[in-house]
Design a protein around this ligand. Structure first.
Ligand SMILES: [Zn+2]
Length: 253
């Protein structure tokens, strides 16, 4: 969901062999914690083709999902150490879409100065989803996932639709949109839409197109839009997202 135009060559053969096994293996929702307490996860593989995966995971909600005290997930640790290793490399040498990053930096600055949303550490749930993405794409990838997080109160359950594809932008939501609408009609609520900006210069801020996209889901009841960058999470409410979008349009961001 970045606006940058960059042709990304995907080495499909690297991923296809392991893709099925990965799809069957849900994220570590204990975030490296006690495996015995790991919730039983119902996996529903919705689509898997050409480097793309669309899957849902359903499990009993645990408060620890929203906690910040968790052991490092190996994929997140790998990403952070790679980020550290490239921090002194000029951005232009790392990625030809540097101008795209410059735009995201302006958006990030905009978010900070307008004090819309909050910037906080990633929590367990966000880290687990990003770790799954990194296990698919590698630590250096710009490829983005999107996770639609639904919750129900009785019973207290969480259901996540996870979409990740072979390009920078995640797959379109045509397949899962009617499923989520049906969930909403049967008592689930849409807690958040989570999405990542990783790569060598990761902005924890939505792009203007992210905000546009998020607004469609806010109209369907999404309460939060969250962008994670491997270190922090930018977390904005639906109402704030609306403000952000109006102000961004006005300022030409
Ligand atoms: Zn984005």
């Amino acid at each position: 969901m970045r606006t940058r135009n960059r042709a990304v060559l995907i080495l499909l053969h690297c991923f296809l062999g392991e893709a099925i096994a990965r799809a069957e293996r849900p994220p570590d929702f204990q975030c490296g914690g006690n495996a015995r307490e790991e919730p039983a996860v119902t996996v529903n593989l919705l689509r898997e083709a050409e480097g793309e995966i669309q899957v849902s995971w359903r499990f009993n909600t645990r408060e620890s999902l929203w906690g910040y005290a968790f052991p490092n997930l190996p994929e997140i640790a790998r990403y952070r150490s790679w980020l550290e290793s490239v921090k002194d490399t000029p951005k232009q040498e790392l990625d030809e879409s540097w101008e795209g990053y410059a735009l995201e930096q302006r958006i990030e600055e905009f978010v900070r100065t307008r004090r819309l949303g909050i910037l906080r550490p990633m929590n367990c749930l966000e880290s687990a989803l990003l770790a799954t993405q990194i296990s698919r794409t590698g630590a250096e990838s710009l490829r983005e996932f999107v996770g639609y997080v639904l919750r129900s109160e009785v019973p207290s359950e969480t259901k996540i639709y996870f979409l990740s594809g072979p390009n920078v932008n995640p797959p379109r939501d045509n397949l899962i949109k009617p499923m989520i609408r049906q969930d909403l009609e049967s008592g689930w609520w849409l807690y958040a839409i989570i999405h990542n900006h990783t790569g060598p210069h990761p902005a924890a801020a939505p792009s203007a197109s992210d905000a546009q996209y998020g607004m469609f889901w806010v109209e369907d009841g999404a309460q939060r839009f969250i962008v994670v960058n491997g270190i922090e999470a930018f977390d904005v409410s639906g109402a704030e997202l609306k403000q952000f979008l109006h102000a961004a349009k006005r300022d030409g961001t």
